[in-house]
Design a protein around this ligand. Structure first.
Ligand code: NAD
Length: 298
């Protein structure tokens, strides 16, 4: 277990976008628990946004003006200026909307968030990139395993192409402002505790979940990664793979690779169920250490 983040290392007020989504709900709850003043922002908030617990603003991030108001305290009843932004809002996977609609929403939302943060003088931005940039669904085998941040993005879908462009965009925003820290978290497939009941069914066919090398991220561990990324204070753009420490499968990671990707180089001795989405960089630089496993719930 690594040390908890000291509260003094965390920004006082944080805007979280995508706050009513699967990951956003866990992140907002976690940061509020840690004493952070959170303005939750989403374009979906139920029938009445006042039903959403805590401070919440209904906003569409594809409209730049709405993003600026959210970040600078311009919206009535939400006067606080943000010290940092956690940007999670997106169409969260390929194939949910036509490609151009996914691209239009996600690219506009992220550009507006990055640009409004710059305009507002916010020096810390954490955002959701995605495991997909590693080359999912791995119809072309991974270059080696465990996969990590050391090879260039290999987007295979429009959704993933947009995430790869966001990572590139972040590098330029940081080049423009040497005091800016931008952390892209390449989350694996997000899971809530209720999702774990289906995990044993994955065992029958090792090819069923090969598309992300049998990885997952517990939403609560995802929230921990966000907290640690908010405390990361080295200026520049950095990306991290964020997954749980194990796979979704009962058979060993080495056996899975041997069966499904026999030609792929294995670069380290693998623990029995060790993740094939390497979290070594996140462990090293963020102090990230997953606390949960589906194995504790099924
Ligand atoms: N779910 C996964 O398995 C997964 C894996 C890797 C990365 N991610 C990324 O993590 C983030 C969160 O994903 P999630 O699973 O919580 O998705 P989700 O769909 O549950 O939540 C996303 C939220 O973003 C909001 N949103 C979308 N476009 C918006 C806009 N223009 N303005 C305001 N709000 C908008 C939606 O209303 C929704 O509440 C996304 O960026 C996603 O791409 C998700």
């Amino acid at each position: 277990m690594t040390d908890p983040v000291s509260t003094s290392a965390l920004p006082a007020r944080v805007v979280v976008t995508g706050a009513t989504g699967k990951l956003g709900r866990a992140v907002v709850a976690h940061l509020r628990d840690r004493g952070v003043d959170v303005l939750a922002v989403d374009r979906a908030g139920g029938r009445d946004p006042r039903d959403v617990e805590g401070e919440f603003l209904l906003a569409d991030l594809t409209d730049y003006g709405q993003v600026v108001e959210a970040f600078t305290g311009g919206a009535d009843e939400h006067p606080g200026r943000a010290d940092a932004v956690v940007h999670l809002a997106a169409i969260p996977a390929p194939g949910l909307l036509p490609n151009a609609a996914t691209f239009a929403n996600n690219s506009a939302a992220t550009y507006n968030v990055f640009a409004a943060a710059r305009a507002a003088g916010i020096k810390r931005v954490v955002w959701a990139s995605s495991e997909t940039v590693l080359g999912l669904p791995f119809d072309t085998p991974p270059p080696y395993a465990p996969v990590d941040e050391d090879y260039p993005p290999r987007p295979e879908t429009t959704y993933s192409l947009n995430k790869a462009l966001e990572e590139e965009m972040a590098r330029h925003f940081c080049r423009w402002d040497p005091e800016l820290t931008m952390v892209g978290l390449r989350f694996s497939n997000v899971m809530d505790v209720e999702d774990y009941a289906q995990f044993p069914s994955f065992d029958a066919d090792p090819r069923l979940r090969r598309w992300n090398l049998w990885g997952y991220i517990d939403a609560r561990d995802g929230a921990q990664a966000v907290e640690r990324a908010l405390a990361y204070d080295r200026p520049g753009a950095e990306v991290f793979v964020i997954a749980n420490a194990d796979t979704v499968m009962s058979r060993s990671s080495a056996a899975l690779m041997a069966e499904v990707y026999p030609g792929v180089e294995i670069r380290k001795e693998l623990g029995e169920h060790e993740t094939l989405l390497s979290i070594d960089k996140a462990r090293r630089l963020l102090g990230y250490e997953p606390r949960h496993s589906w194995r504790d719930h099924v």
